[in-house]
Ligand binder design. Structure first.
Ligand code: GLU
Length: 410
């Protein structure tokens, strides 16, 4: 299996060859502007010393301040963060936000730390990188393993150095200049575009079956949106395993269960299935909403869904992508499908800069506009050039970043 870095490079390469980009331009667009790797040493609650490694990789700022999440996960390394940073560059460009791309992370198992330890870890990380980020430079946000609470510690620590500065990070709690609807945004965006995709094939969510891998921030809100739209979510899963119910899972009950128990373990709304077998269920839509690299050379032949919507970042390896393409399975790529999160992050940042608050309706309306406008653009390019949606999305993203770079001058 290719790692995330090679995978992102391969998808870039494919679009670059359709665009006839020169090798020098390709090199410029692939090379990150700055890569930061820091030591985070801290005392654990029991007095022991622990040392972690933190990253912030700033990939490209041709179109504006760099933007991207902060991931707390034990598999975080420099290659993965760079790949994810480059995805952010293309993602913000595909949905036409005035941002570049960045990503950060700490190699840690957040579940092994107490809330106090997580707070110290976050504050120490901010101590190391605060000079390199900021509302006009690079704006972090939640990603896997981080949430609004982590962003609250983050902004609080940043402000100790720089004074009142809510726009330095997004995904904050509402009480601390966060935006209504930021938490639901990625899942909602996935739902909106799943519906838009089905519509192109004269289908609707209400007559479709859906399997969702991952029941964290993205998976839960995606499931809720699809359920409300009348779609039948027949399978869900998280790290503890999955549940399958041909009649449709009671999503509100599953959401309540997870809120109370912390995971799906013990939820009895269907038959138990593994995360792996969820991927090969016979459904209309498969939505990987958890880790990267879950659809591979080994299991892509077994996929029986007609459409795959990439709610996670990089869930399909390039080898698997080729197999799915040959089998006429339509893939809606991550840099478009999951851009709802960063889109509402942008709305949060705009409100912070203006000291003005939008209501939830306005946020939802603007999100829908941004997502469907971007989808229509990518769809029409894919049709016109007879290329997969992924290549079309990269074409839009790379094209916008490339033009900004040339216009600005090297
Ligand atoms: N972590 C999210 C992503 O991968 C959101 C980033 C942001 O809001 O800046 O798109």
């Amino acid at each position: 299996m290719k790692n995330a870095f090679e995978a992102a490079g391969q998808y870039f390469e494919e679009a670059a060859s359709v665009m006839d980009l020169s090798p020098n331009m390709k090199r410029l667009l692939l090379t990150p502007e700055r890569e930061v790797k820091v030591q985070i040493a801290m005392k654990l609650d029991n007095g022991d010393i622990a040392t972690f490694v933190g990253y912030r990789i700033q990939h490209n700022s041709a179109r504006g301040p760099m933007k991207g999440g902060l991931r707390y996960h034990h598999e975080v390394d420099a290659d993965e963060v760079l790949a994810l940073a480059s995805l952010m560059t293309w993602k913000t460009a595909v949905v036409d936000l005035p941002y570049g791309g960045a990503k950060g992370g700490i190699s840690v198992r957040p579940k092994d730390l107490s809330p106090d330890e997580l707070e110290r870890l976050t504050r120490k990380f901010v101590d190391e990188i605060h000079d390199l980020i900021g509302p006009d430079k690079d704006i972090p946000a939640p990603d896997m393993g981080t949430n609004a609470q982590v962003m609250a510690w983050f902004v609080n620590q940043y402000e100790k150095f720089h004074g009142f500065n809510p726009a330095c990070v997004t995904g904050k709690p509402i009480e601390l200049y966060g935006a209504e609807g930021r938490e639901e945004a990625t899942g909602r965006g996935v739902g909106i575009l799943t519906e838009a995709l089905l519509r192109k094939f004269r289908k609707s969510l209400a007559e479709s079956t859906v399997a969702i891998q991952g029941f964290g921030n993205v998976g839960t809100f995606t499931a809720e949106f699809i359920h409300r739209a009348g779609g039948k979510v027949v399978a869900i899963s998280d790290v503890s395993g999955g549940i399958f119910n041909r009649e449709g899972i009671d999503i509100p009950a599953a959401l309540t269960w997870v809120k109370q128990k912390g995971s799906l373990a013990g939820f009895s709304g269907g038959d138990a299935i593994s995360n792996e077998s969820l991927l090969s269920l016979e459904v209309d839509v498969l939505i990987p909403a958890a880790l990267g690299g879950v659809l591979t050379l080994e299991n892509a032949e077994h996929v029986r869904a007609k459409y795959i919507v990439e709610a996670a970042n990089g869930p399909i390896t390039p080898e698997a992508d080729l197999i799915l393409r040959r089998r006429d399975i339509v893939v809606l790529p991550d840099i478009l499908a999951n851009a709802g999160g960063v889109t509402v992050s942008y709305f949060e940042w705009v409100q912070n800069q203006q000291y003005f608050r939008w209501d939830l309706n306005r946020i939802r309306e603007e999100l829908e506009k941004t997502m469907t406008r971007s989808f229509d653009k990518v769809w029409s390019i894919a049709e016109e050039k007879k290329i997969p949606l992924r290549t079309a999305a990269y074409l839009v993203g790379i094209g916008r970043v490339g033009r900004a770079t040339v216009l600005g001058g090297i």
